[in-house]
Unconditional design. Sequence first.
Length: 112
Amino acid sequence: MTPTGRTFADEWAEKDTAGRRTVLIEAGVRLDVRRGTRGGWRKLDTRRVDFTMRGELDPAAEAAIATVADQEAETRNDAPPAPGSAARLAEHAPRAGPRRRVALTNAPEQPR
């Protein structure tokens, strides 16, 4: 990758369909769609579609996917702890039988 001061969005905006296709091919993007069932064109069966990206954009795409996953986990409130942080789960001590009254003086305990 050679720094040019331009983004992929800049290049994309300037290109026509053939130019955009070239940008995608050079970036290692591939979309494969397998043959569907007869009459099934009204709804896309995503099991027939494979999207892959290899090359210059792959690390950026992986970082974006990781960021989205982290944001979704945070929204669900099940995000992992921050790197370097520690957590300790505390459990209550189990009680050993029923509670008993303890007399604090030497006086005999009064019947209830």
